[in-house]
Design a protein around this ligand. Structure first.
Ligand SMILES: *[C@@H]1O[C@H](CO)[C@@H](O)[C@H](O)[C@H]1NC(C)=O
Length: 402
């Protein structure tokens, strides 16, 4: 009986033990399942959120894509339009070029033919004339430029009095300084750099001329100095001086009223010499009653006057002028100096139409220009302003033709 009881008790105990064990296991599993369920719920929610986000994103992308597609087609249409216009402009440019080139040469060619006939009468060799033709032809075709703007300004230094001239020989690169409004001394420097490094005019070569220059009219080209001389207050003369040999090679008279000055704001300048790609020019006033600036084209070799024009540019309030490619640019200011500006343009070839004549404003400076000298090799202006020596770089464009 006793072992049976023990067995029973032990079995009961074991049964109860097992029951507890299974219960614990069940509880544990249930908890795990709940936790898993929770987590699945969480994932589910998250994936749903991702899904809606993805849908939103898809919608957004679709909309953006549509927008882009529209813009693309619009851009494409614009580009097509632009291409058509570029084509048009190109065709117009071609047309203009075919129109300009022959006409620029034709004008000059007529002159050359005349010269040729004249030359034959003078019994000159035929070969020589053909050479002349070639030279003139190519030189004229190159020069079809008009100033489009002032690109930059450089104030180099301050030497001398409020008025004067400085200029650079386009051929030799030497720099010449005329201090004041008259005198018989000029200063020569080997280069712009030498001039800018020089303390005053001490490192220069002094050149004493056989007569006084008058006003800011001097010009230098190919080692020749051209200057204005007023003898006995009556006649105006252009003097050609050989800077290498130190002697006067030519003098030309100009029958004008000595009291008339070419620019009303620089009354010391009775006449002004200018050099450009086409040669030597004289700007002058015939008399006090004549309101406009006159222009003469001179032969730089002989000082012969080849042609004369009335520029129709007023002398009143004019400060300076220069010639570029056969076109005169007159610079105006006010008695109380403000900003200088090119306000009148005259083209001897009638190639610059008034619509494209530039209204050029010079940058604000100290006083007013006493002189402006153009250098055709560098396409820049040498200005003298209240003793400051200034370089203006110019930008050019091709002349258009109507
Ligand atoms: C330049 O001219 C001014 C007067 O215009 C004079 O005072 C000055 O001494 C001159 N300078 C030189 C270097 O000749």
């Amino acid at each position: 009986m006793k072992p049976v009881l023990v067995l029973l008790v032990s079995t009961a105990w074991t049964f109860t033990g097992a029951q507890y064990y299974y219960q614990g296991l069940m509880d544990y599993l249930e908890n795990r399942l709940l936790a898993i369920e929770d987590r699945m719920q969480f994932w589910h929610e998250q994936s749903r959120r991702y899904h809606t986000e993805l849908l939103d994103f898809k919608k957004l992308t679709a909309e953006t894509m549509d927008g882009l597609r529209n813009e693309h087609s619009m851009l494409f249409k614009d580009l097509e339009g632009a291409a058509v216009r570029v084509d048009q402009v190109e065709r117009e440019m071609d047309y203009v070029e075919t129109q300009t080139s022959p006409r620029a040469c034709a004008n000059k060619a007529d002159k050359v033919v005349e010269q040729g006939v004249w030359g034959l009468q003078e019994s000159r060799g035929v070969e020589e004339e053909e050479d002349d033709w070639e030279e003139l032809h190519s030189r004229v075709s190159d020069c079809v430029e008009i100033i489009s703007g002032i690109r930059s300004v450089k104030i180099l230094k301050r030497v001398g009095g409020p008025k004067g001239v400085w200029t650079r020989d386009p051929r030799s690169s030497k720099v010449y300084v005329f201090n004041g409004t008259s005198g018989d001394i000029i200063y020569q420097f080997n280069s712009v750099r030498d001039f800018s490094r020089s303390p005053g005019v001490t490192s220069s070569r002094q050149i004493r001329l056989p007569s006084d220059w008058s006003g800011a009219g001097g010009a230098v080209y190919n080692d020749y100095l051209y200057y204005i001389q007023q003898e006995g207050d009556i006649d105006l003369q252009v003097v050609k001086y050989d800077l290498l040999s130190g002697s006067v090679t030519d003098i030309a008279m100009f029958p004008v009223d000595s009291h008339a000055t070419v620019y009303s704001l620089n009354s010391e300048t009775v006449a002004d010499l200018a050099v450009d790609d086409e040669g030597l020019w004289l700007l002058y006033a015939t008399s006090d009653s004549e309101p406009n600036i006159n222009l003469a084209k001179m032969d730089p070799a002989t000082l012969d006057i080849e042609q004369i024009w009335d520029t129709r540019c007023p002398r009143e309030n004019a400060e300076a002028a220069f010639v570029v490619c056969g076109t005169v640019y007159v610079v105006y200011n006010t008695r109380l100096p403000s900003r200088s500006r090119v306000q009148c343009v005259f083209d001897v070839n009638d190639m610059v139409i008034s619509e494209e004549a530039p209204l050029l404003y010079f940058p604000r400076r100290y006083g007013a220009h006493a002189s402006l000298k153009y250098n055709p090799e560098e396409k820049q202006l040498y200005g003298w302003d209240d003793g400051y020596q200034i370089i203006y770089r110019l930008t050019m464009k091709r002349k258009l033709l109507v």
